[in-house]
Design a protein around this ligand. Sequence first.
Ligand SMILES: O=C(O)C(=O)C[C@]1(C(=O)O)C=C[C@@H](O)C=C1
Length: 381
Amino acid sequence: MSESKTSPVDLNTLRQDIDSIDTQIHELLNRRARCAQQVAEVKLAEFTAAQQFESSGDSNSSQQLLFYRPEREAQVLERVKAANNGPLADDTVAFIFREIMSACLALEKPMEVAYLGPGGTFTQAAALKHFGHAVISLPQASIDGVFAKVESGQCHYGVVPVENSTEGMVSHTLDAFINSPLKICGEVELRIRLHLLVSSQTSGKEIKRICAHQQALAQSRRWLDANFPGIERAAVSSNGEAARMAAEEEGVAAIAGDLAESQYGLQRLAGNIEDQPDNTTRFLIIGRENVSPSGRDKTSLVVSARNRPGALFKLLEPFQKADVMLTRIDTRPSRSETWTYVFFIEFEGHREDPKIIDILNTIEQHSIMFKVLGSYPKAAL
Ligand SMILES: O=C(O)C(=O)C[C@]1(C(=O)O)C=C[C@@H](O)C=C1
């Protein structure tokens, strides 16, 4: 008996079903988009009313008009993941809704996001993962450049790397926070998958030089030793720059990620060549406004204690007493005084939670410098 006779429905019928479902999804998407446009009108009306109230002298809170709501986006993503019954994976469903919200937000207000460039870097990939592809992502030459674009209001948000699972903290990012008024509004984690990439003109020919950012070279050193011993390795300013060089120069290969591969139209000679299979980088979203609680939040703090015995213990004791989970602690030398240190502390909870308010008040009493860098939703993707 042939397969088509046993199958309950034929291909044409199934495709008609898919067409009809697509029509419904399409209608629902536009219904959702119109809803988001109405949300924007409500936000604008509330903002205008608050401004009028303020100019009448009854209030002096300088409220901002915020279209992007990180806490709400995190809640939507958590909700769709929790409600998912498959067969699509939870993460797949979340990624689809990430893009739907990105497109809806672009109708309300197109977001401009500065990131550590050039195009094709993992920081751009992190920006797109967090905000979705409807965002306008603008490359900057340095971490300070990203901070400056957001501080000046030229960009709504910024994306900077903060730590890598194999290379440790990005100290430049931590230092930049100390003197900046910006707040942390979110975090993104990205699995770093490195590939050996060449242009079509180099494909099938001899590779004379392999270019990559020094971290990517370090992270794939063993693979390179085994597969390309004796071939020149050149450290360049970023993986995006390496991809650009591979696209333009015959005989040059780059080590870079998926985004660089597609942006520069390169071919993959070998995939996932990183020596540590769980190589992950964490990025922070920086902005000018505080984020409201989402229910699954983290808070980051920078604090400097008086240089006396038990100082660090005094800073950390309130967390233990209140049973609050610390997620990270780092030390950096203080730039203002020799042999004093600043501590970057991250923990679960939001600065508006009563328990966290108590902890922050206690820590402030024991510190000479104290700054909450922000409370923000835990990475949902
Ligand atoms: O709920 C809102 O405030 C919206 O603007 C809607 C919406 C969405 O598409 O769900 C869009 C953008 C915001 O960042 C959060 C959510």
